[in-house]
Design a protein. Structure first.
Lengths: 396, 215
């Protein structure tokens, strides 16, 4: 490796400077306060976990994990998401806690470095997990809480897509009849490769009716009318059950008054095996990447030896911030008191009274400043306590 | 991403003319100077579209990052770049295939190390790995045919449309790897937030592609 310049950071790592920090804090606060108002309790988990437990249980691919070794030679991971650590807690220390359990987090997660810009290796997520409730009502709570969090954060023109992995699995199995084929076709959907999907359908010895059912699956995207179309494609109990869950979910969303920006997308396959039921993602028109998403993961807790249904979502703070745009706001410290040694006490009293009124005040002794004009130009208001006598001057 | 216009990334060069022709057939009213323009961005407000002209290899990058809502990209580029975009439609234009080629005198037994020159390092290494062969790859950016002639690599992996370039340089095709056509690709967010415009575009293109009866 060539010699590092002293300003360099590892690939994909970012600094957050005061202005952006402020904006990020606002975003996080907006989401967290909404989530807390819905009764979710915050938890913190370690940054480093075992690869064998949280690493393999998480939805993140092995090659995307940051790994290190501890002194005993165990492989550790920097947590790639928060769902797996929370599942670990729910299945162990909080095993006896009353269900349903409502937990929330606000934490940085880590994904292995990529050699392209725009894909950070560390980013913050705010999210919730609702554990021990298998009902459509729990799924609906996830979608509506996510939507109202976006609303509270002021995200412009957002859109949510809702799908159901159970429906995809059921329809594929009905037509294809074998698990391996189901996997193959599901992978095309996961990779968003509709061309490959259609070609693979063409090559199978299926009846033209069955082929049409698979082609139609690719078109199951839109409003509530999609559910009726989907109804005609599936005959199995699992498929019908998935659709009735979705229908219920939409009814509940309508009661929440949050069904306007929700679209149905039955091709939404965000992961090959992790999700087991309803899945959803949120988008903003101004940003090329999803803001976040989630879904039902009824098998994850089983990996921690405690079978239990669960659902949740996570929002990416970096993308929410980007979607909001960079509105420049002056920093909160809007008052500066510049003083000289002789009038220090007076300046301190003045500062104290402003601070107790909730205002943030920078105190700066005049001898510490190199260029007074340039320094004071950063503040909305500047007060001077300089000289041996006289009143405190004020300027802006 | 502008909310009113749909931004489409078009590949400059080989595929461009065919792609423009296809769009015109699909009823998109593109100005006649479209092909001659040296501009990198062309707005066609009457069709509600804006085109950006990019290197073919870069089209999926623009689409993945969402600065373009959709684009036209070769399957070769899609395999090489592995971008997170929807591959919605096979446009069935600029049809060609990927192939392995070498000098007629090539003898695999005499390789010191199996060296392969290509513009597509990922595609090449994935392909040979699937064949159970580990190869060393030398990445070149063009005129790949030169590599075996001057002794940089024993074999090459490249796109073949008529085979003329290979013949003119005295190379023979050893294996056909996969057929390549251009695809219509869509950004996952635009696919939802601009669903109406994108779906209409896909339907119109699909109709033209079907009519051509290429498949």
């Amino acid at each position: 490796m060539s010699k590092l310049f002293m300003f360099e950071k590892p690939q994909g790592m970012r600094d957050t400077l005061p202005e952006l920090y402020e904006l990020k804090q606002q975003v996080k606060k907006a989401v967290s306060s909404e989530v807390e108002q819905w009764g979710y309790k915050s938890v913190q988990t370690p940054t480093v976990e075992f690869n064998e437990t949280v690493g393999t249980a998480s939805a993140i691919l092995d090659r995307q994990l940051f790994k290190l070794l501890d002194q005993e030679g165990n492989t550790l991971v920097l947590r790639p998401d928060m769902t797996a650590p929370i599942a670990r807690i729910a299945a162990s220390t909080l095993k006896e806690a009353h269900r349903p359990l409502r937990l929330t987090y606000d934490a940085p997660v880590f994904r292995a470095q990529q050699y392209e810009g725009g894909k950070p290796a560390e980013f913050e997520q705010v999210g919730v997990e609702l554990i021990g409730d298998a009902s459509a009502s729990a799924d609906a709570e996830m979608v509506s809480l996510m939507v109202s969090s976006l609303e509270n954060a002021g995200i412009p023109s957002y859109q949510t897509a809702v799908g159901h992995v159970g429906f995809v699995n059921a329809l594929l199995f009905e037509v294809l009849g074998q698990e391996t084929r189901v996997e193959e076709f599901k992978r095309y959907l996961y990779e968003k490769n509709y061309v490959g999907f259609r070609k693979a359908v063409d090559e199978l010895p299926l009846s033209s009716l069955d082929k049409r059912r698979l082609y139609e699956l690719l078109r199951l995207k839109g409003g509530t009318e999609i559910l009726e179309k989907a109804e005609e494609l599936t005959e199995s109990a699992e498929g019908k059950k998935a659709l009735s869950q979705l229908k219920q979910l939409l009814e509940i969303l309508a009661d929440y008054d949050m069904d306007q920006n929700v679209m149905i997308d039955l091709n939404l396959v965000m992961h090959m095996s992790y999700y087991t039921g309803t899945v959803f993602e949120a988008y903003s028109e101004g940003l090329g990447y999803p803001l976040g998403g989630g879904g039902r993961y009824d098998q994850l807790l089983g990996r921690f030896h405690h079978e239990e249904p669960a659902t949740g979502f996570g929002l990416r703070v970096d993308r929410l911030t980007e979607a909001l745009g960079k509105e420049k706001k002056p920093l909160a410290s809007d008052l500066c008191i510049i003083f000289s040694r002789e009038r220090r006490k007076e300046a301190m009293n003045e500062a104290r009274s402003h601070r107790s009124g909730g205002r943030s005040v920078v105190m700066q002794e005049i001898t510490g400043i190199q260029q007074v004009d340039a320094f004071s130009a950063q503040f909305q208001e500047v007060q001077y306590f300089i000289g041996t006598n006289g009143n405190g001057g004020s300027g802006s | 991403m502008s909310s009113e216009l749909v931004t489409v990334a078009m590949p400059k060069g080989r595929i461009f003319e065919e792609a423009v022709e296809l769009l015109r057939k699909a009823g998109y009213d593109l100005p006649p100077e479209f092909e001659d323009s040296r501009k990198l961005i062309i707005e066609v407000p009457q069709s509600g579209m804006r085109f950006i002209l990019a290197k073919p290899m870069d089209v999926p990058t623009y689409v993945e990052h969402g600065v373009a809502d959709a684009g036209v990209a070769g399957k070769d580029v899609m395999i090489e770049e592995e971008r997170d975009v929807y591959e919605v439609l096979d446009l069935k234009i600029s049809s060609c295939y990927m192939a392995v080629a070498a000098l007629p005198s090539y003898d695999p037994g005499r390789d010191v190390a199996p060296k392969i020159a290509s513009k597509y390092p990922k595609l090449t290494s994935d392909y040979f790995r699937e064949q159970g062969e580990q190869v060393e790859i030398i990445k070149l950016n063009g005129s790949i045919e030169l590599a075996p002639i001057v002794g940089l690599a024993d074999r090459i992996v490249d796109i073949v449309s008529t085979g003329q370039t290979l013949r003119e340089n005295g190379l023979v095709e050893m294996e056909t790897m996969m057929p390549i056509t251009s695809r219509f690709i869509v950004n996952p967010v635009s696919y939802r937030t601009k669903a109406a415009q994108i779906d209409e575009m896909v339907d119109r293109l699909a109709e033209v592609v079907g009519k051509e009866g290429v498949s």
